[in-house]
Every structure is written in C-alpha cells, then in structure tokens.
Design a protein around this ligand. Structure first.
Ligand SMILES: [Fe+2]
Length: 312
C-alpha cells in the first residue's frame, strides 16, 4: 500500500513580539497586562478561527531568535519544559512552556537539506532553552499547545556573507522541507516567525501597553511594509523574493532570518494571495499576520488527497 503524500495545509507569517502574549494574559505568562496591540491580537484570533477547520499534524517554525552561525540546526529532542524569559523585555515575558517536538520529521528535513548540500545538524542537547520567538508565534497561532513542533534554526549567513547568500540557502531549505513533508504523509502548518520592517524605539513608556505611544517608526518603513504586503496579498511571490534583499537592507527587516524566504520556497512560490489578518506596529516595528492556504486556492502543495478543509 502506498503511503499518502504529505502536504502543507497552511503557510503563515506569524510575527513574535512578546508584547502580544503579554497583552493576551495567558496563565503561562507571569506579567499581566491591562490590554494592548488589539489589531494584531484580534488578527491572530481570526487566523486561529480559520485554522480550526483545518486538520493538521504538526507546526514547523523558523524563529530569528534561535540563531546558528554554522549551518541550519533542527531540534532533535522530543520534549522540553522550562521558563522562557525575554532578554530584552523580561518585564513582559516570563513564560512557562511545555513543548513536544516531532523529531522524525525534523530528521527527514535535515537529511533532505544535507543531500542538497546545506550544512545541517540535529540539536540534541537536553538542556536547550527554547527561544521566545518560537514560543510567541506558536502560542499566538495555537494556544492549546496540542500540536508538536518542528524547530528549525535561523542560520546567519546574512552576517557572514550577504542577504543574497542567506536567501539562496533559505530557498534550498524550503525545497528540502517540502520534499520531506511530502514523503512524511503528514499535514503541516509552516510558521515564518518574523516582523517586516524592524526599526524600533529604544525607550519604553512607563506603561508598556500605553497605545498612545504606539505607531510606525517612520513613513519609509511603512511604505516598504505596504509594498511587501501588496505582493503577499496578490500572490506575486517571485517579485516578493526579488525585492527581499533590498527590503531587508532598507528596513532592517527581520526577514533577514530567512524564515519568510523559506516559507515562500516551501510553498513553491504561491501564485495565489495570502489572507492578511492584521497589520500593526509593536514598539514601532511593522508586523503582519497573514496565511496562505494552498487547499483553499485549489493549488495544494503536495498531494491533493482530500479537500484541505480550509473553510470559508
Ligand atoms: Fe524578534
């Protein structure tokens, strides 16, 4: 009997400012907020509602805050429990986490990537501390924490070489990821955990959730974000990848982590638009919550076994 082909059922741009978890007040996070960043949080809420109608097995994530300087690493430990404290915002994020990892799928992607010439490594340190970017994106997308993750590091070839080298490697990793998913038989949700423009304020107001202080850092950053969002909404993925290096340089974008390039490549350069749930700033950075649903567009990546059930 042949195994059912795996597929990507959703590809999500899922930014990770810890402020969003802080403002949600989940029981796992120690600091408590009055409110704040509603546009982004309600956007995530609408995304979660859409995901409810999609059957999936696992979430794969690249976070800019798990950085590796020699190759791409994959989490190879099945379970972690600890407390994550944001090094920049310890006043906002002290989060008790319990996370299961799909090590088999991680290893399959690792092997595919290695066969394509990437430098890769399975991360098997049982004392590893999961980064806050992974936790925030995963929590905002799926606060039930009922799906295992595949954790993939952000290899910093941008800093050793250039944005172009980073992007080439992200594209290769995306292709390898897609092949491994198809062979796995699993239904996967991919999370690119990054902001768009990333210039930010350097001082914090006395009340972090004081929204009278929240706005875009400057108009040029805003224009870059709008251009990128226009390409995302209209399914012009090739153009998006073409301008990505300049976007990263000009707006200090967190897409420098390779996460968005990986996502676009794994989705095989979707020609259908993503659903944009929200755009908003956090300490001046530009953040968009958006998702591509291949099943909804009738262009599933991988096998079309059953309707992806992407809902209305
Ligand atoms: Fe970040």
């Amino acid at each position: 009997m042949t195994k059912k082909k795996g597929e990507i059922v959703a590809g999500i741009l899922a930014p990770h400012p810890p402020h969003l978890v802080y403002a949600e007040n989940p029981p796992q996070n120690e600091p408590k907020a009055e409110c704040g960043w509603e546009e982004l949080r309600w956007g995530y809420e609408r995304l979660r509602r859409d995901l409810e109608s999609i059957d999936f097995d696992v979430m794969l994530i690249i976070s800019p805050h798990w950085q590796t300087y020699i190759g791409t690493h994959f989490i190879g430990v099945p379970h972690f429990e600890s407390k994550s404290v944001d090094p920049v915002f310890p006043n906002l994020f002290r989060f008790d986490y319990t996370i299961d990892y799909d090590v088999a799928l991680a290893r399959a992607i690792h092997d595919e990537a290695r066969s394509d010439g990437l430098v890769v490594k399975m991360m098997e340190n049982p004392d590893f501390r999961v980064d806050y970017g992974t936790i925030v994106s995963a929590h905002m997308t799926r606060p039930q924490w009922d799906k295992p993750l595949v954790g993939i590091s952000s290899q910093r070839s941008r800093h050793y070489y250039s944005v172009e080298v980073m992007q080439e490697q992200a594209i290769t990793l995306g292709r390898a990821t897609r092949r491994a998913i198809e062979a796995s038989g699993k239904r996967c949700v991919l999370l690119a955990s990054n902001s768009l423009s990333h210039r930010h304020f350097t001082t914090e107001s006395d009340v972090p959730e004081d929204m009278s202080r929240e706005h875009i850092y400057n108009h040029h950053q805003y224009l870059w974000d709008m251009q990128v969002i226009d390409l995302i909404r209209s399914g012009r993925s090739t153009e998006l990848m073409d301008i990505m290096p300049e976007f990263v340089e000009q707006s200090v974008s967190e897409a420098e982590a390779g996460s968005l390039g990986w996502l676009i490549s794994a989705l095989d350069y979707p020609s259908f638009g993503a659903d944009v749930y929200a755009y908003g700033t956090v300490i001046g950075t530009g953040n968009v919550v958006a998702a591509w649903f291949p099943g909804r567009a009738g262009e599933a990546v991988g096998a079309k076994t059953t309707p992806a059930g992407a809902g209305a």
